[in-house]
Write a protein that binds this ligand. Structure first.
Ligand code: NAP
Length: 336
């Protein structure tokens, strides 16, 4: 059996993660038991939610145990197998960990995937994976956008946000995106087709509220929220009567004490709804979402970007891009 490099969680981050919270170790790969197969991980998905898994409380998943490898969705190739239905050479995708080799079990999370069906096998971690499905079901089903409505997307240049903006255009909505910095804002309009972009950097809540009002003079009907904090509060101040807020993420609070929502009263004034969404609820319908997404990608109506960093030894720096905003698209780590 080959050696296995594994990216371990050594201690729970106190606020923003630091390098010393993790350690890359080399261990022997365990022998396979009956019903198991060995996955050579090629790519790992780096997701903001992993930050919550590092805390003692976890989030919608239990916490990663200390001294265990950091949990992540990966795609890889079966190298050896003692499980029926998983032959060597088969590509699989599953919830594994950041390590060279993971053990899969028949009937577990790992599912066969077919790279010949997609432009790049990494698309299973982006547009045709959880990210694309979060945008698809979270926006279209939870937010129920209607033609002619104005949609505000926060974290708009990111993996989920950039797809939501394009879905809003497909639905005939006006799309306004909020992102960090002039480059990302230019990309929102030029590449993803948003009607307007707002750079949140350097703006306090009052300035953000004004900027949204300028971009959406008739108010906002739907907010697709990825960020929280003052960005969400500024959005709420611009919400229209019967507005809908799809709460997808609160990344501005993942490394800090939550600030909370201060303008919740706007939901009363506007008789508006706020609803949390979790992509895991839609797993049984991923096939349906991916098929529709495939049609739009083939028709050139949706473009998708992936930011692929190379090397398991760079996991920490790549993961931290999500919080620095230096990822240009879905953050993926190439392990092999
Ligand atoms: P992403 O948007 O590709 O990357 C994260 C982006 O968040 C960064 O590039 C950065 O963009 C922005 N950001 C980071 N810290 C910020 C802060 N303090 N204030 C404002 N913006 C900040 O990541 P993603 O995978 O698409 O995830 C986006 C959100 O969706 C996250 O909140 C995530 O937890 C959530 N999510 C939820 C589900 C679900 O099922 N509910 C599923 C997937 C993802 P800027 O440069 O623009 O700041």
């Amino acid at each position: 059996m080959p050696d296995n490099r594994r990216f371990l969680l050594r201690r729970r981050p106190d606020g923003t993660p630091v390098r010393e919270d993790f350690e890359l170790v080399t261990e022997p790969t365990p022998e396979l038991a009956e019903g198991e197969f060995l996955i050579r991980n090629h790519y790992a998905s780096l997701d903001p939610a992993m930050r919550g898994w590092m805390d003692a409380e976890g989030n919608y998943m239990p916490p990663i145990p200390l001294d265990a490898p950091v949990r992540a969705s990966t795609i890889g190739v079966v190298e050896e197998s003692r499980a029926e239905g998983f032959a060597p050479g088969q590509w699989v995708m599953g919830l594994n960990a950041i390590e060279d080799y993971s053990i899969g079990v028949a009937g577990g999370f790992a599912q066969p995937i077919d790279p010949s069906l997609v432009p790049s096998v990494t698309n299973y971690l982006s547009i045709f994976g959880a990210v694309g499905m979060t945008a698809y079901f979270g926006f279209l089903e939870v937010c129920e956008p209607k033609e002619g409505e104005t949609v505000l997307v926060t974290g708009a240049a990111g993996a989920v946000g950039s797809i939501v903006g394009q879905l809003a255009k497909i639905r005939g909505c006006r799309a306004i995106g909020i992102a960090g910095g002039p480059e990302k804002c230019a990309r929102l309009v030029e590449r993803y087709g948003f009607d307007a972009a707002i750079d949140y950097r350097g703006k306090d809540e009052a300035a953000l509220t004004r900027a949204i009002a300028e971009a959406a003079p008739d108010g906002v009907d739907v907010i697709f929220e990825n960020v929280g904090g003052i960005i969400l509060d500024a959005g709420l101040m611009n919400l229209n009567l019967k507005g809908r807020v799809g709460l997808c993420g609160l990344i501005s609070e993942y490394n800090t004490e939550p600030r909370g929502i201060r303008n919740l009263w706007q939901l009363i004034v506007k008789r508006a709804d706020i609803r949390g969404l979790l992509v895991a609820d839609y797993v049984p319908r991923f096939g349906e979402g991916a098929a529709k997404m495939g049609e739009w990608v083939a028709a050139g109506k949706i473009v998708t970007d992936e930011h692929v960093d190379e090397g398991i030894e760079n996991t920490f720096d790549s993961f931290m891009r999500l919080f620095a905003g230096s990822n240009q698209g879905k953050m993926i780590l190439k392990i092999a």
